[in-house]
Design a protein around this ligand. Structure first.
Ligand SMILES: *Cc1c(COP(=O)(O)O)cnc(C)c1O
Length: 380
């Protein structure tokens, strides 16, 4: 089945009793049994499994080409569940440019549990390999990254993790499986903030893990069941509905993203544009190799280098909403240093390039003329 069919039919089927084409929202915590330990159907208690969540999880596994999908109450809950595979003394190598909340979890929650984290530029393969030892258990990569659109070469990293028997997880939130399929490229686990493009309508907080190996998927399901951060039935329904138009939306996000990146590149007020689709982007070749399009996320800095210019630009936008988050049908704008990435210490932010004049745009699926006119009036 091709991807555009999979988002609508993959792992999905009509409901058996009524023939309902969309799975009902099974708003129930528990399920009747005919005799102790003999449930009527396949379900016992909704923390373990719920039919609406199951429908979403099967669809997730299908679109990412994994053996098992798991749906969580947030993206961070999905990451948290994955980290429960490891014990004190284990080491994790992560990319040095991460979603702020992921960085916060690694450094402020899990560091104290005895896990050791290394943050490295994944394009410095020699440095990356020098950090690997017998305690290395996981490599964690986000590509493209938030907000600087750095890329990591999934195939090259997978060659190394496979040879050393290390798990390799990719946060695929920005690219979505429409543009990039980490499991096909050699990763073991895909993580999503389904809050973003998978849900696609800014109406739900949700997360996902998709696992290539069935046994590892079952182990993670046990951890999820035993710790409890599952996605509720209504939210599962919303994400499943979102997935059905993922291909259509991301196609338009890419078209609008490319046009906005080109517009900003030629704008006299703009210093640097971060967009993997621009030939000038340092990771353009990696993007062409592993992504089938360049997405809707565009970041840029001001020629003046001034924080006040970024702030007043953001205050003046009218079609773009100034808000955290991304990946919805509506265009959003964000100031990473003051908003999404404020949890990263200032010196660390400077080191990775999140300057005070950096603006991040999540281009929605509105008419491009209105988006460009909005950007232009905000500059003026
Ligand atoms: C939003 C986001 C997360 C965290 O997901 P939540 O659903 O907010 O918990 C993780 N990674 C990336 C790249 C994100 O954009």
């Amino acid at each position: 089945m091709k991807f555009n069919t999979k988002v609508i039919h993959g792992g999905q089927h009509h409901e058996e009793v009524t023939g309902a084409v969309m799975p009902p929202v099974f708003q129930t915590s528990t399920y009747a049994q005919t005799s102790p330990g003999k449930p009527v159907g396949d379900y016992e208690y909704s923390r373990a499994a719920n039919p609406t969540r199951q429908a979403l999880e099967d669809a997730l596994a299908s679109i990412e080409n994994g053996a098992r999908g798991l749906a969580f109450s947030s993206g961070l809950a999905a990451t948290d569940c994955l980290l429960r595979l490891f014990k004190a003394g284990d080491e994790i190598i992560a990319m040095d440019d991460l979603y702020g909340g992921t960085y916060r979890m690694f450094t402020r929650i899990y560091k104290d549990s005895g896990l050791k984290f290394h943050f490295v530029d994944m394009n410095d393969m020699a440095k990356f390999q020098s950090l690997i030892n017998e305690n290395t258990k996981l490599v964690w990569v986000e590509t493209p990254t938030n907000p600087l659109m750095k890329l990591a070469d999934i195939q090259e990293i997978a060659k190394i993790t496979k040879a050393k028997n290390i798990l390799f997880a990719v946060d695929n939130t920005f690219a979505t499986p429409y543009l990039q399929k980490p499991l096909d490229l050699g990763a073991d686990i895909v993580m999503h903030s389904a809050t973003k493009y998978l849900g696609g309508h800014s109406d739900v907080i949700a997360g996902a893990l998709i696992i290539k190996d069935k046994a590892l998927g079952d182990e993670l399901h046990f951890k999820q069941f035993a710790t409890g951060a599952t996605l509720g039935p209504m939210d599962s329904f919303l994400v499943l509905r979102g997935i059905k138009t993922l291909h259509l939306r991301v196609q338009r996000h890419c078209e609008n993203g490319e046009k906005i990146a080109a517009f900003l590149s030629n704008h006299p007020e703009v210093e640097t544009v971060y967009y993997p689709g621009l030939p000038s982007h340092p990771f353009h070749d990696v993007a062409k190799k592993q992504m089938s399009g360049f997405g809707g996320m565009v970041s840029f800095t001001f020629k003046s280098g001034k924080k006040e210019d970024a702030v007043s630009f953001l205050e003046k936008l009218k079609v773009f909403t100034l808000a955290e988050s991304l990946g919805g049908v509506e265009s959003l704008a964000n100031h990473p240093a003051l908003m999404t990435h404020a949890s990263i210490p200032e010196d660390k932010r400077k080191e990775i390039g999140i300057t005070d004049d950096l603006v991040r745009l999540s281009t929605g699926v509105e008419d491009i003329d209105d988006l460009l006119a909005d950007i232009e009036q905000a500059f003026r």
